[in-house]
Every structure is written in structure tokens, then in C-alpha cells.
Design a protein around this ligand. Structure first.
Ligand code: PGA
Length: 256
């Protein structure tokens, strides 16, 4: 059985102080009635203090089980890579997840499938669980190539990843045209793509691997549309940007 998984991608939002206030506020009103997996992905600068703040709150209430994710990492172990962060550096901070291949990394920072595949491998070999993002642009969708394009990203990103390693990977389908725009894919469109992704995984691996892979939808997910999205059979969770940095919204999302 796949456990629902909602992750907040804070992007370049919330400074160190704001991050700590967010966790404090969240802990005071925390409720996880669905018993889902929850993660927050702060900027690198607040990962350590967010991790400590969560540990502190968890000591008071065991239910406050929030995992930490990073938003990016580099695939090399160490060395002359100014400005980069390695998987090992994240692991030793208590980070469990890492977003890899987010469309903002692909488009703004020119990350390609090959680099993303290397990052996924490096994350896995350092005990991190990748949240591997895929999804098409509006132009690609309008040309009718959305499925082919997205499934190609899936195949390339998972090159030489073993079936066992697949158990550690979450796939996030995030159509670029729906990110931060207020335009959500209809639950049916999102379902159709997530179903195609699952079939692709079955073709690359086997049925069992496909059935156990957690697939999130991302792109303007908010309290008003989350429950419709979560009803879809192939959508197991959400990767949320804008609505994840306000505690009211984040609480509403996790209790969809
Ligand atoms: P959004 O971002 O929820 O603000 O659309 C989602 C994402 O980019 O992960």
C-alpha cells in the first residue's frame, strides 16, 4: 500500500528566523488526521535549525513527525565546486529527502536529464530519498507531446536505477504551466499523466515496482483543490510550493 506523501517546497522563501517561526506555529496547531508522510524542504540555510526545532517539538509530542527535504544537491562527493552542496552534507544534517530535477532547476539553471540522473544516483548512494520531478511546458502540451515528453524525462532520470532503489524514489509530476500560476491541471488530466508514469515504470521495471512507487502531483495545489487531487487513484500526494509556506494553508493541505 502506498502511503500518501505531501511535501512543502519552500523554494527561495522564509529566512532562518521565519523558518523557525513556521515550525513553532505548525507544532502548536499540528494535526495529521490522515496519518500521512509529511516533509518540508527549506532552503539550505535553515535546514539545520529546522531539523533541530522539529526534533525539539517531537520530543514534546511524538505525533509531530515532519521529515526534512532539501531542494537540490550536487552529485560529486566533495571538492572544488563553489556554491554546491553534496548528498553527504545533507545526510549528516538529518535530511531524508531531496528534490531533484525541479523544473526551476531545469529551466533557470539549465539542468539536463543526464545531470539529474547523476544526482539521483548520488542521492541514493548517500541514503537520501529523491523526489524526482518531471513535467512538460505549455508549449509541449499544446503540441500534444506532453505524455511522450514527460515519459522520456522519467526514463532518462531513472537510467541504471535498480528496482530496489526505486523503493526510495518519489516521482513528482509537475506540469510547468501549472507551477506558481494558479492554473492547476484538472484532477483528471493529472491522473491521466500519473497513470502513464506508473505504466512507464511497469515497463521499465515490473508491476510490483510500479504499484509501490509514490507519485505526487505538483502545480498550484492549495487547500481548495487538494481533496479532488488526492481522490485520484494514481496520485499519492502533492509537492506544494506557494501554499506550503503559510501554516494555515499547509495544515489544511495535510488534513485534506
Ligand atoms: P506551486 O509550486 O505549488 O507554487 O505551484 C509547486 C512546485 O514548484 O513544486
Amino acid at each position: 500500500m502506498r502511503k500518501p506523501f505531501i511535501a512543502g517546497n519552500w523554494k527561495m522563501n522564509l529566512n532562518h528566523n521565519e523558518a523557525l517561526s513556521f515550525i513553532k506555529d505548525l507544532s502548536l496547531r499540528f494535526n495529521n488526521k490522515n496519518g500521512i508522510t509529511i516533509a518540508v524542504c527549506p532552503p539550505f540555510t535553515s535546514i539545520r535549525s529546522v531539523a533541530l526545532a522539529i526534533e525539539d517539538e517531537k520530543f514534546k509530542s511524538k505525533d509531530f513527525n515532519i521529515k526534512i527535504g532539501a531542494q537540490n544537491m550536487y552529485f560529486e562527493k566533495s571538492g572544488a565546486f563553489t556554491g554546491e552542496i553534496s548528498a553527504d552534507m545533507l545526510n549528516t544534517l538529518g535530511v531524508e529527502y531531496v528534490i531533484i530535477g525541479h523544473s526551476e532547476r531545469r529551466v533557470i539553471f539549465k539542468e539536463d536529464d543526464e545531470l539529474i540522473n547523476k544526482k539521483i544516483k548520488a542521492a541514493l548512494s548517500n541514503g537520501l530519498k529523491p523526489i524526482f520531478c518531471v513535467g512538460e511546458s505549455l508549449e509541449t502540451r499544446e503540441k500534444g507531446n506532453a505524455v511522450e515528453f514527460t515519459l522520456n524525462q522519467v526514463r532518462a532520470g531513472l537510467d541504471l536505477i535498480s528496482p530496489d532503489e526505486m523503493a526510495q524514489i518519489t516521482i513528482a509530476y509537475e506540469p510547468i504551466w501549472a507551477i506558481g500560476t494558479g492554473k492547476t491541471a484538472t484532477p483528471e488530466d493529472a491522473q491521466q499523466m500519473c497513470n502513464s508514469i506508473r505504466s512507464k515504470i511497469e515497463a521499465l521495471y515490473e508491476k510490483n515496482v510500479a504499484e509501490n512507487t509514490v507519485i505526487q502531483y505538483g502545480g498550484s495545489v492549495k487547500p481548495s483543490n487538494i481533496s479532488e487531487i488526492m481522490k485520484m487513484p494514481d496520485i499519492d500526494g502533492a509537492l506544494v510550493g506557494g501554499a506550503s509556506i503559510k501554516t494555515d494553508d499547509f495544515l489544511a493541505l495535510i488534513n485534506y
